[in-house]
Design a protein around this ligand. Structure first.
Ligand code: SF4
Ligand code: SF4
Length: 326
């Protein structure tokens, strides 16, 4: 345990050092991009979309830490996120004009690699990383509309008594990583590309498998375009009945990045070791592959979306959201 804490301390220390070393360069880039686009980081951050995301995450964190989160609150919060960041922009109402998921988390992560950062991408990534560093995966668990709808479907599947398959984390992580590496390779070689102004421009592999697009209820010009636009979302909704958060674990590059960041998050699921009677109830109930690793005190954990199933299933309150293991 001491070794684990020491290693975590080391990782955080390295991370802080990187922040100190590269922070000024990053800040300079942010200023430069902002000056080019006539936008300032805080002007974008203070948009209704990002402010409400931070407020929702803060409310969730308090509810998790005080053990006040229950299914009714959980469904309400997830419905709000699904509506605000997924559906509302389709209504064409002025009040929701600032809530569009453009740039989607996937676009912010991948198109910035392909075409360079824009201020809205920088702010989207900053909010995702900040909420992941606070933890436990506050963005993915509670704010992301694709994550929220998969979580709601998982709850519905439980109510309907559908048995969901729990994939081995090594398998899902390998698929997620391979897709990301394929994206890097295809971008680098520009094998998938378009020609604009006589220049070859690489296209993102994720444009063809981006479930966020499905929230944009707009018909595309060709059948093939419609397939790529809606199919990833529809498949995600279907598979979410049979396995927990399929898009997050198998495809999403944000899932991949936040899984690395969540290892040093401030708050996470922690355990009180000495009271465990090894009944394995939490492992059986949990939809995710993270609980056995949490019980073992593993250094690296699979994604935890703070769904609260494990913390609420332990009859001895062994698991909780907190700062560190006791
Ligand atoms: S992993 Fe991707 S799809 Fe899943 S909740 Fe996070 S950002 Fe959303
Ligand atoms: S069951 Fe526990 S470890 Fe798994 S996602 Fe839910 S809160 Fe996280």
């Amino acid at each position: 345990m001491k070794k684990l804490r020491y290693l975590l301390f080391r990782v955080s220390f390295i991370f802080l050092n990187l922040l100190i070393l590269f922070g000024p360069v990053f800040a300079q880039q942010v200023r430069k991009r902002g000056a080019e686009a006539g936008q300032n980081f805080f002007d974008v951050l203070l948009q209704s979309k990002f402010i409400t995301m931070l407020v929702i995450a803060a409310v969730v964190l308090v509810l998790l830490l005080t053990r006040k989160m229950n299914n009714r609150l959980k469904v309400s919060i997830l419905l709000v996120s699904t509506f605000l960041y997924g559906i509302s922009a389709n209504l064409g109402l002025k009040i929701f004009s600032g809530f569009s998921m453009h740039p989607s988390p996937i676009c912010a992560a991948t198109k910035s690699i392909l075409y360079g950062f824009r201020m809205s991408m920088i702010v989207t990534l900053a909010v995702i990383l900040f909420l992941t560093l606070i933890g436990p995966k506050l963005f993915c668990g509670w704010v992301c509309p694709v994550g929220a709808i998969q979580e709601l479907i998982a709850m519905l599947a439980d109510k309907l008594g559908i048995r969901r398959r729990k994939w081995n984390f090594r398998f899902t992580q390998t698929i997620r990583l391979l897709i990301f590496l394929a994206f890097i390779f295809l971008s680098w070689t520009a094998i998938i590309h378009t020609v604009a102004n006589g220049r070859v421009v690489a296209l993102s592999l994720y444009d063809y498998i981006n479930a966020f697009d499905g929230y944009e209820l707009k018909l595309q010009s060709t059948l093939l375009d419609n397939l790529f636009h809606f199919m990833p979302f529809v498949l995600t909704l279907i598979f979410a009945f049979f396995t927990y958060r399929p898009f997050c674990y198998l495809v999403c590059p944000i899932g991949l990045i936040t899984n690395i960041v969540e290892q040093i998050a401030l708050f996470r699921v922690v355990r009180r070791k000495n009271t465990c009677n090894d009944c394995q109830r939490c492992v059986a109930k949990a939809p995710c592959p993270a609980v056995p690793e949490i019980l073992k005190g593993a250094l690296l954990r699979p994604d935890c979306f703070s769904c609260t199933v494990c913390t609420r299933s332990c009859s001895q309150n062994l698991l909780k959201f907190g700062l560190k293991d006791e």
